[in-house]
Design a protein around this ligand. Structure first.
Ligand SMILES: *[C@@H]1O[C@H](CO)[C@@H](O)[C@H](O)[C@H]1NC(C)=O
Ligand SMILES: *[C@@H]1O[C@H](CO)[C@@H](O)[C@H](O)[C@H]1NC(C)=O
Ligand SMILES: *[C@@H]1O[C@H](CO)[C@@H](O)[C@H](O)[C@H]1NC(C)=O
Length: 293
């Protein structure tokens, strides 16, 4: 005699999944805005930026976004992400700060002083200001590799320098021979990127200074052209437009946003957000046995 057993099961599973949210922050001399890449929503983070901000960087440890106010000779910061963006003065630099980079592991803020040919540093609480180098030629953008502890500084008309954080070792790795304001370091790929002011070229090289290539033409010349590169995504701007290029899909840029003012800096913020997923699994198991009783 065949025996049929029917089992009804209802199980609930909770999954914690990590999803990536990409937000691009960009600063003009009037505001800092944030655009959500997935939704296209634009939010004003700082309504009163006051001045050209050539440098912007993030401290993921204390969750502050820093930016330079060149004309006002100050470095400002605000909590990010936060619903309440309280802008605070971080320090008065005395000289106009241009580029800025944060070493969150050691709790240091680095900035370049374009007219004074210096690189300075202080602690994230605004004290212990020291001069790291005072014989740079018009330094502008600065980027740090926290993994390998190398910094990259551009001398605006001359070269890209690779140096130790304390400047114990420093050497020019790329000769530019043209004006370059902005550089970026792709931490994943270990590559350097920069844009040329007069010719509108977007270029790359290895962090050793080899394999210099022109990847594309930005389509504009004689303008500030800030950049931020993350993996295959390149964010760049020409004057008032913010663009994104996905290099796995060729070299065509998509316009993300057009501002009323010239864009001076771009910072791409990647945040892993925990998402709770409730899964209800209902199954009916049909066990058929061929046993004879
Ligand atoms: C400077 O940094 C290097 C490597 O990061 C380190 O080996 C060296 O001891 C440091 N020098 C000083 C004077 O702190
Ligand atoms: C870039 O393009 C690839 C291939 O189409 C796609 O898988 C990837 O998600 C894209 N990246 C972004 C940031 O849109
Ligand atoms: C259970 O198994 C029997 C025998 O294989 C089959 O006839 C019947 O349709 C099954 N019932 C379900 C709910 O799968």
């Amino acid at each position: 005699m065949d025996v049929q057993i029917w089992l009804g099961l209802s199980l609930e599973f909770y999954f914690l999944s990590m999803i990536q949210c990409t937000k691009v922050l960009f600063g003009t001399k009037v505001q800092i805005k944030e655009i959500d890449i997935d939704t296209g929503n634009v939010k004003i983070l700082v309504g009163d930026a006051r001045g050209e901000m050539y440098g912007m960087d993030y401290d993921p440890k204390y969750k502050y976004m820093y930016f330079t106010r060149y004309n006002h000779r100050t470095i400002m910061r605000f909590p990010y992400p936060s619903d309440n963006q309280v802008l605070e003065k971080f320090i008065d630099t005395g000289k106009g700060p241009a580029g800025l980079a944060i070493d969150s592991e050691s709790g240091h803020v680095y900035w370049t002083e374009y007219d004074w040919h210096r690189l300075r540093r202080c602690d994230v609480n605004g004290i212990n200001v020291v001069i790291i180098s005072s014989n740079l030629q018009n330094p502008f953008s600065i980027r740090l590799s926290l993994v390998n502890r190398w910094m990259y500084v551009v001398e605006r008309f001359k070269r890209i320098i690779k140096a130790r954080f304390n400047y114990s070792e420093a050497h020019g790795i790329i000769d530019l021979n043209t004006r370059v304001d902005y550089i970026d370091l792709d931490k994943n790929e270990e590559k350097l990127y920069w844009t040329t002011y007069y010719h509108g070229e977007f270029k790359s090289a290895s962090v050793r200074g080899c394999d210099v290539k022109t990847i594309f033409q930005t389509g504009i010349t004689n303008y500030y052209q800030p950049i931020d590169v993350y993996g295959s995504s390149i964010f760049h701007s020409n004057n008032k437009k913010l663009f994104m290029m996905n290099t796995t899909q060729g070299t065509t840029s998509t316009a993300l946003y057009t501002d009323a003012y010239r864009i001076f800096s771009i910072y791409v913020h990647h945040q892993a957000v925990k998402e709770l997923i409730l899964n209800e699994l209902t199954s009916i198991t049909n066990v058929t046995g061929g046993h004879y009783l």
